[in-house]
Design a protein around this ligand. Structure first.
Ligand code: NDP
Length: 338
């Protein structure tokens, strides 16, 4: 099966690419420049062009960015759209976050409808950011599921970059569902909605400064930044990146996944728990917080619950536990001098 994977240089995409290649798929992935092509090629020196090929797509905010990328010989049967900005270095929320997320999503859907009639399923990486309702706070009496939608508005989006990111994911996912409703394409879609994604770094980054956003807290703990005060956990639910990769591929393959959202999460975590896991498994790190260091707990009055049943029943996910994930992540950071 030939698959198009967007944003192949990213953290989640690198694991998805690996999963696809290990399971015999033929993959074309989009990256922003030739250097990223070369870096990924180096990871797979023995994989031929028939199994792994590239298209350079410099900026997904361009509405025609994917017009050529969706055309392939042999033709694509599935598309996994992961590319979207996930960082908070923003000067213009609309230009830097919302446009690439929304135009990237509608652009690829339009291009597939127009030029890739063999595509049966398009899986879009959405987020818990498109599910969470921030106006409800910790909401201990609520159980989040695929039924929930973030009610964020454009006005609220521009208040700060975190809101901007959450809005970008919400608006992009909404635009995808609207496209399906209005355009009635021949393909079906599915969205994967993960919360904080942790896991080993297998994508090619040159330094720790380029580390993907969701693994930053693990890096910061190792660097000693939590020694005196553990920061607030924030969104206190998580999932292993390898489970997210498996979810994308299952959502492309399983007939029953058509036109469904999938909330993929193992469950709760706290920054304190992450620090404890690192301390227990890597006694050599001397700059970690101790049991008496303040901060990093789950909210005292309790916090929302989660329902991940659909992801287990339909996608067959079996979630990796937090300890194994954090241990593998820390090991993967050692080559960067940590
Ligand atoms: P990364 O930053 O590692 O990956 C993002 C990818 O998108 C990169 O390949 C990046 O390319 C590409 N990209 C961003 N902006 C553009 C643009 N304007 N034009 C072309 N390509 C662009 O982050 P993740 O792997 O974590 O994120 C992947 C997806 O998962 C995103 O859709 C994100 O919203 C979603 N997600 C992530 C979560 C997490 O905790 N990690 C949680 C929930 C959802 P480059 O690096 O070359 O700029």
């Amino acid at each position: 099966t030939r698959v198009l994977l967007t944003g192949g240089s990213g953290f989640i995409a690198a694991h998805t690419l690996d999963f696809l290649l290990k399971h015999g798929y033929s993959v074309v992935t989009t990256v922003r420049n030739q250097e990223k092509v070369d870096n990924i090629r180096k990871v797979y020196p023995n994989v031929g062009k028939d199994k792994l090929d590239f298209v350079i797509v410099p900026d997904i905010s361009d509405p025609s960015a994917f017009d050529k990328a969706v055309i392939s010989d042999p033709p694509f049967e599935g598309v996994l759209h992961t590319a979207s900005p996930f960082h908070f270095n923003v000067t213009d929320t609309k230009k830097d976050l919302i446009d690439p997320a929304v135009i990237g999503t509608t652009g690829i859907l339009k291009a597939i409808k127009k030029s890739a009639p063999t595509v049966k399923r398009v899986v879009i990486t959405s987020s818990f950011a498109a599910i969470i309702n921030l106006t409800k706070g910790t909401w201990p009496e609520h159980t989040y599921s695929e039924a929930d939608w973030n009610p964020i508005t454009l006005e609220e989006a521009i208040v700060n970059p975190i809101n901007g990111y959450r809005a970008s994911k919400t608006f992009a996912e909404k635009a995808a569902w609207e496209f399906v409703e209005k355009e009635k394409p021949k393909f079906s879609i599915a969205t994967i909605n993960p919360p904080m994604v942790f896991g080993p770094v297998v994508h090619t980054i040159k330094s720790l400064d380029e580390l993907n956003t969701s693994n930053e807290r693990i890096r910061d703990a190792l660097l000693g930044k939590m020694k005196d005060q553990i920061p607030d956990t924030g969104v206190c639910i998580w999932v292993d990146v390898r489970d997210v990769a498996a979810a994308h591929v299952a959502a492309m393959e399983v007939p029953d996944a058509a036109n469904k959202r999938f909330f993929v999460t193992e469950g709760h975590f706290s920054n304190r728990e992450i620090c404890q896991i690192i301390r227990k498994n890597f006694p050599d790190y001397k700059n970690l917080p101790s049991d008496s260091t303040p901060g990093g707990d789950l909210p005292e009055g309790g916090v929302f619950k989660v329902n991940n049943t659909r992801s287990k029943d339909i996608l067959g996910l079996k979630y990796k536990p937090l300890e194994a994930c954090i241990v593998d992540t820390v090991k993967s950071l050692k080559p960067f001098g940590l």
